[in-house]
Design a protein. Sequence first.
Length: 462
Amino acid sequence: MRLRLRSDPLRRRWLLWATLGVVFLLVNVNRLSTAVLSEQLMVAFGTTGAQLGTLHAMFFWVYAVMQIPTGVLADRIGPRLTATAGAAVMNVGAIWFSVADGYLAALVARGLVGLGGSVIFVCILRFCANWYRADEFATMSGLTFAVSGVGGVLATTPLAIAVEAAGWRTTVGWLGIAGLAFTVLVFALVRDTPARAGFEPLEGVPEQPTPSNAQLRSHLEGVLRDPLIWVVSVMLFCSSGVNLTLFGLWGVPYVVQTYDVSVTYASVFTLLGGVGLMIGPPGIGWLSDRLERRVELMVAGGAAFTTALAVIAVIGDPPLPVVGVAFFLSGALLGAFLLGYAVVKDRHPDSASGISTGTVNGAGFFGAATLPTIMGWALDAYWTGELVGGVRVYTEAGYRLAFGIATAAGAVAFACTVWLYYREKRGATSLVDPDASRAGNSSDLDDENADGDDGSRGVAGK
C-alpha cells in the first residue's frame, strides 16, 4: 500500500489533498467555535452582543481581505508553501487566543487566526486544479466543503463536551498545538504539481506553469472587470455569510435562550447544520458534474435555502425538530451556491484559478464578517436588560429580526442565481474559449459573447 501511494499519482493526490484537508478542518473548528464559546467569551471579556459579534467577525474581516492576495500567492508561489505559512500563523494565533487576558488581545489573536486560515481553502482549490481534471473540480470543491462540515460538526457538541471537561482556554490551546503538528506535515508531504512530486503529467489535467507578474496583473484585471464575478461574489457574500453567522455564532444562543436548554444540547442543532454541510456540497457538486449543469441546481437550491430560513423568521419559535431541519437544510443547500466556484474556475484561464476563486471566496467572508455584527446590533436592540451568568438575554422578537436579516440575505443570493440562469439562457456565458482556457491563455472581456455557449454546463460554458 505504501509503495502504491508513492508510485501511483492518482492515489498519491488523495493523501496530499487529505493532509491539506485536515488543516482546513482546523480552520473551520476555529472560525465556528465562537457559537459554543459565546457565553464563556462574554464572561471572560465582558462583551455586549455587538462586541461579541465583532470578536467573531475579526476572523472573517482579515480572512476576506486576504483572498485576492492569497490567490496571487497560490498562483505564483504555489499552494504548498502558502498553506504551510498560513497554517503556522493560524495556530500561533489560536494559542495566543487561548491565553488572552483582555478583549483587545483576544481581538488581535482572533485576527491572526483569520490571517493564517485565510490561505488554506484557496490553496486546496489551486492544488485540485493542478492534480484533478476539470470535470472533477466541482466534486473536489464539494468534498473540500464537506471537510469544512466535519470541522463545523467538531465545533458543536464535541467542542462543547471538551470545553465542559477541560475549559475553553485549554481546549483552544490544544487545537493550536495539534495544528502546528499538521503544519509540519503539509510542508513535508504536499507537492504543488504531479511534476514536483516526480510524476508524469496526469491525463486530462493541464500543465500549469507559474504565471509571470505581467500575467498575474492581466488575470487580476480580467477577473475584476467580469460582471459575473461580482454577481457570484454577492451571492456568496449573502449565502456563506448567513451560514457562517448562524452556525458560527448566533445559532446556539438562539436555541439556548428561546427554548431554555443547555449549550451542549443546543449545539446538537448547529451540529445538524454541519452534517448538512458534509452531505450537501459534495452531493450537489457530484450531481452537477454528472448532469453537466450548474445554474439550474443553484436556482432550485437557493429557493429552498431561503425558505428554510424564512420559517424561523416568521414563526420565531417553531418546534425544535423544525429548527433542526431548517439548520440541516441551510448547511446542505449551501452546496447549491458553492457551484459558483466551479462557474468562475471554468470561466477563466487555469493559470488564473487562484485569483478567480480567491476573489469570490473573499466575498463570502466579507459576508461572514458583516452579518454577525449587524445581527448583534439587532439583538442588542431587543436586550431584556437581564444578565444570566454575565450573558445578555435577548427576546424572541430580537431573534426573529435576526433571522429576518438572514432570510433577506438568502433572498438576495437566490436573486443572483436567477440572474445567472437567465444570463446562461441568453448565451452570454463564455469568457474564454475552452481550449484556450485549458492552455492558460486569456482573452479580452469584450469578446466574451463572440463564441456563445453550447448550453451543456450552465454558466460554466462547457
